[in-house]
Design a protein around this ligand. Structure first.
Ligand code: NAD
Length: 474
């Protein structure tokens, strides 16, 4: 934890220029578990200068050299796997079993996806007109990540930067600095040249904004709220940076009467509550064919009530607390909004579950009889809260599904394969999960509309970090 009060710049753990700090809290115990240094513009300048200097030589490395470094990164990541899992469990409340199986696993899964993609990607090709096309690293990249899937987001940004020959400055969420610090130690252990990867901790307003405005950063990759994504885009406009954004979601889940209701509805409810509802692509709007509406409500209620809330330090498939008091208050406010709007509270509701006075625990909650125009159907809640909306026809379902500013993911439950294809083609979302199909490492991830632009992971995730140069030979 020594390095939490330092930044990793130019291949060393250095004393910050800023003297500001912030406590790091465990959301289950409400106890302070560390103190993180909070950087400023001068810290950013120093990190960017190190990344700019390192770009000169790192951008000229061969694919084989970078693949060898990624193999070392894989070894170093595996060696610190348990530390990553424990850190995320303590700093954002992910139950330890899930923290290992999903949160920490993402560091390895995405890395493998990028190794495979880098092996396949053509960095030089000849066009049919005889010209030569080169794909080159874009430059110094500014990477900003959120707290809800800390390692997933860091791996999705840092690994493609390193894989393509870019250099980078990472600013993780100020709420999850421990896992980011460990990841910097992992990169150091892998033997990356000094300045290729740099870590500055801090908040969005000072460190994040200084990065977005920095003249020597050529690209910003951001994951977080639509609000911050919009602010970064504006900050980056004066220096005409490339900006890729992975933002919020309010993903629809269309349940047709012809699916295996018991299995698919239970699976859907569990997916909403997973990570205590703090996933950008969670299927938070359950759209249900009216003929099976009551049956679905019954299954959904039973499923939500069977979900255990528990201590994240203990093994098991329970859900943990929300990541912080801020999030607990936001979720309570949204539940109150649902009640005020006249939605029917099917299960859960305001307050903490019985026996949980300490910690930011929240009840798995379902609202029925919701209209898509209600705030709880339009706004991201980012907690274990599901809204259920009936529909009358396939056309009606598609219209409700697309009636949102977001377009990150959509989910579809049907026993009819032709309908699955037909409906999936009309859903305005970056991914459609059919009958429980899950995400695979190496596939692109990203959204339509206000859920962002660009795609992370695998081939497309590498392309975001590459510039294209054409050689015209005389
Ligand atoms: P947030 O936008 O508040 O913060 C995310 C990051 O941005 C943090 O590091 C924060 O310090 C930084 N930041 C905040 N304001 C900034 C600014 N003006 N300039 C630069 N940086 C700034 O989001 P959060 O609360 O940490 O995360 C939750 C949000 O992230 C949700 O909206 C969720 O949907 C979204 N998310 C999206 C994806 C995706 O891939 N689409 C994945 C995970 C989370």
């Amino acid at each position: 934890m020594e390095n939490l009060k330092k930044f990793y710049i130019g291949g060393e753990w250095v004393e910050p220029i800023s003297t500001a700090t912030m406590p790091v809290m465990n959301p289950a115990t409400e106890q302070q578990i560390g103190t993180v240094a909070m950087g400023n513009q001068a810290d950013v300048d120093r990190a960017v200068a190190a990344a700019k200097a390192a770009f000169e030589s790192f951008s000229q490395t061969s694919k084989a050299e970078r693949l060898a470094l990624l193999d070392r990164l894989m070894e170093a990541t595996k060696a610190r796997f348990e530390d990553l899992a424990q850190a995320m469990s303590a700093e954002m409340g992910a139950p330890i079993t899930m923290s290992r199986e999903a949160q920490a696993d993402a560091a390895i899964g995405h890395l493998q996806g990028f190794i495979d993609a880098l092996q396949e990607i053509k960095q030089r090709e000849t066009l049919s007109n005889g010209d030569t096309l080169l794909r080159e690293p874009i430059g110094v990249c500014g990477l900003i990540t959120p707290w809800n899937w800390p390692m997933n987001q860091i791996a999705l940004k840092v690994v493609p930067a390193l894989a393509t020959g870019c250099t980078c400055v990472l600013k993780p969420s100020e709420h999850t600095p421990i896992s980011a610090m460990i990841y910097a130690e992992i990169i150091d252990a892998a033997g990356y040249p000094a300045g290729v990867f740099n870590l500055v901790q801090g908040d969005g307003v000072s460190v994040g904004s200084a990065m977005s405005r920095h003249a020597d950063i050529q690209m910003m990759s951001f994951t977080g709220s639509t609000r911050a994504g919009s602010a970064i885009t504006k900050d980056a406009a004066d220096t005409v940076k490339r900006v890729t954004l992975e933002l919020g979601g309010k993903s629809p889940n269309l349940v047709f009467a012809d699916c295996d209701l018991e299995e698919r509805v239970a699976g859907s409810v569990q997916e909403v509550m997973y990570n205590t509802g703090q996933s950008c692509d969670a299927p938070t709007r359950l759209l249900v064919e009216r003929s099976v509406y009551d049956q679905v409500l019954d299954i959904a209620k039973r499923t939500a009530e069977s979900i255990q809330v528990g201590n994240p330090a203990e093994e098991g498939d329970h859900i943990g607390p929300l990541f912080d008091r801020i999030q607990y208050d936001r979720v309570q406010e949204k539940i109150q909004t649902g009640i005020d709007e006249g939605a029917r509270l099917l299960t859960g509701g305001l307050g903490k579950p019985e026996g949980f006075d300490t910690g930011w625990f929240c009840k798995p909650t379902i609202f029925a009889d919701v209209h898509n125009a209600m705030a709880i159907a339009q706004e991201e809640i980012f907690g274990p809260v599901l809204v259920v909306i009936p529909f009358d026809s396939e056309e009606d379902a598609i219209e409700i599904a697309n009636d949102t500013p977001y377009g990150l993911a959509a989910y579809l439950q049907t026993g009819n394969p032709e309908r699955a294809e037909r409906v999936a083609a009309r859903l305005r979302a970056g991914a459609v999960h059919i009958n429980g199909g899950g995400f695979n490492y190496g596939s692109p991830f990203g959204g339509y509309k206000q859920s962002g632009n660009g795609r992370e992971g695998g081939h497309m995730g590498l392309e975001d970090y590459l510039e294209v140069k054409t050689l015209h030979f005389g």
